[in-house]
Design a protein around this ligand. Sequence first.
Ligand SMILES: [Fe+2]
Length: 250
Amino acid sequence: MFNRVKNVGFENRMPYLNALASEKLRFEVDTIIDGQIERWYETVPYAAHLEGKTVDSEYYRRHLIETAWRIRLLRVSESKALAEIAKRSPEAAQIWANYEREEMLHDELFIQDLVRAGVSREQFLATEPYLSTKLLTGYFSYLLDHEGPLGVVAYSYLVEYVNVKLEPKKIQALKESVGENNIGGQISHSHTDINDDHPGEVWAAIRFLLRNDDDIQSLKRYLAEHQSVLALYFKELYEDKIGSTLQKAA
Ligand SMILES: [Fe+2]
């Protein structure tokens, strides 16, 4: 007779990386993301558009619409991720649950700014998400079914790191182009990421999920893959709102 129970997070209660090794890896990961950001600005059309002096209002509105959809769609897969994380690490599950609690309703912040930009809640609901947003959601489902939750958590680290690093500059620019009164939702979203140390929180979950060197390799590959899928979105947005208009004008 033996105990057949599995997936209750009994094993590997001690993180694979000690505190120092975890800090070292985090620094390495941050450096990888910094490199990705540089390539992002070089290769993605209109990547810095919202940081500029004038903002195309159609592009801006659709970006808010899509951001709200992305949060709505991903909260479903990120909730499914919680169960997978709990099977592996109760500690990571607790951190992830807390992070998700803070993020869960953030689509509302973007919808508030959308209303200020002249798009009603009804118009938002009548707009189907872009294919690239559906593909990102599909990638999360693939990861949970076939590779495990680390890839889903890696996405959040990437996004939180980039937000904390770049949002303040974007928010400053939007205050001038769109007006401070019109971006209250985005301002409070950015404040949560920074004040609640979201990158640190997500990193703590990642540390509990890493079990060996293969996981570390996977983590680095996820960062590149998520960046590619996000680039698909920015290309689709550019094509829809800017590229197609330029073509018509030519
Ligand atoms: Fe956040």
